[in-house]
Design a protein around this ligand. Structure first.
Ligand SMILES: [Zn+2]
Ligand SMILES: [Zn+2]
Length: 320
């Protein structure tokens, strides 16, 4: 077995997405993620296939770490050309089968009541949704028939990979551990330089628990005792424990900061977000900033450090 790491440039965002080709002895190959739907993703894959001396027909499975366009956007084209089966966790499946125009949610209308609950004024909601729904290119929806479901603990026999469900960054995020050498593919759940964002999902009841789930998932990764992690962005991680420690330290500081902002007053999630991130940092900033804030508020709620109060449809957070 051989692993070929390749990078897909995303010039509009200014960083790369990683994808991986795992080639087995008989040339049968598996891809872990595929990058966004872009000419760069095609170029990078073709160069990798050439280097690995495998053909499109040799790609048998595509494993998707999670339902964000920078990881699965190009999967439909590869599946169509190679006949490969696509594997994704059921919680992120809808993101692959709908023609996704934004990286975070399927139905913009469905976001409105929840955004109001976060304390965003009705007049600002349309602007915020527009900010998110402007992803260039979009993605091609995958037909249901080419998708298979990943389940926790299963070993995909053909690929020699164990599936670990690691929700938090998205509800269906998964890591894959190679049976042969213990290395683990971590998607955006464990990254070398960036702190993964606990992006909230509009589906389900656990909207403020993304950070709690993300930390549980990092603990799961730690327990794998892997010697190497292949992340969704950046270089391979050789010291997994210290990468996880760094993230926990950063997150603990952030939670303290959120608690400090709350003081004795009740504040909406949006008000806390504006105090936590006072400068407007660019595209998708607000959505990501809201996710970080809500994640920390939920983390503090689970620890009984804050409580919520509802008034006129808005949720207010208070320190306790
Ligand atoms: Zn992601
Ligand atoms: Zn990503």
């Amino acid at each position: 077995m051989q692993i070929y790491e390749y990078k897909i440039p995303m010039p509009d965002i200014g960083y790369n997405a990683n994808a991986y080709l795992i080639k087995h002895k008989n040339k049968k190959s598996i891809l872990v993620d595929a990058g966004p739907n872009s000419p760069q993703a095609l170029d990078a894959l073709e160069a990798t296939l050439k280097k690995a001396e495998v053909g499109w027909d040799n790609i048998e499975h595509i494993l998707v770490t999670h339902g964000h366009y920078d990881h699965f956007g190009f999967v439909a084209q590869i599946a169509e050309r190679s006949g490969a089966l696509v594997w994704v966790h059921p919680a992120d499946r809808n993101k692959l089968t709908s023609a996704l125009k934004n990286p975070f949610f399927i139905d913009p209308e469905a976001a409105i009541p929840f955004l109001e609950e976060l304390g965003i004024q009705r007049t600002k909601i349309a602007g915020l949704i527009n900010e998110v729904v402007t992803l260039e290119g979009g993605t091609k929806p995958l037909p249901e028939s080419s998708i298979r479901s990943l389940s926790q603990g299963a070993v995909l026999n053909l690929s020699g990979l164990t599936i670990i469900h690691t929700p938090g960054h998205t509800p269906g995020s998964c890591c894959f551990q190679l049976v042969e050498n213990g290395a683990v593919f971590t998607g955006d759940t464990l990254l070398p330089e960036i702190i993964p964002n606990p992006i909230f999902d509009l589906e389900g009841e656990e909207r403020d628990l993304s950070l709690v789930r993300l930390q549980e998932s990092m603990t799961k990764i730690r327990l794998l005792r892997a010697s190497k992690a292949y992340p969704g962005h950046g270089k391979p991680i050789l010291s997994i424990d210290s990468a996880i420690d760094r993230q926990f330290t950063h997150m603990a500081k952030r939670s303290e900061q959120v608690l400090g902002i709350l003081g004795v007053y009740g504040l909406s999630t949006f008000s806390v977000t504006n105090k936590l991130f006072p400068s407007d940092g660019g595209r998708y900033h607000t959505w990501l900033a809201l996710s970080v804030t809500l994640g920390h508020l939920g983390w503090l709620r689970v620890r009984n450090c804050v409580r919520t109060r509802r008034n006129a449809g808005i949720v207010y957070w208070e320190a306790q």
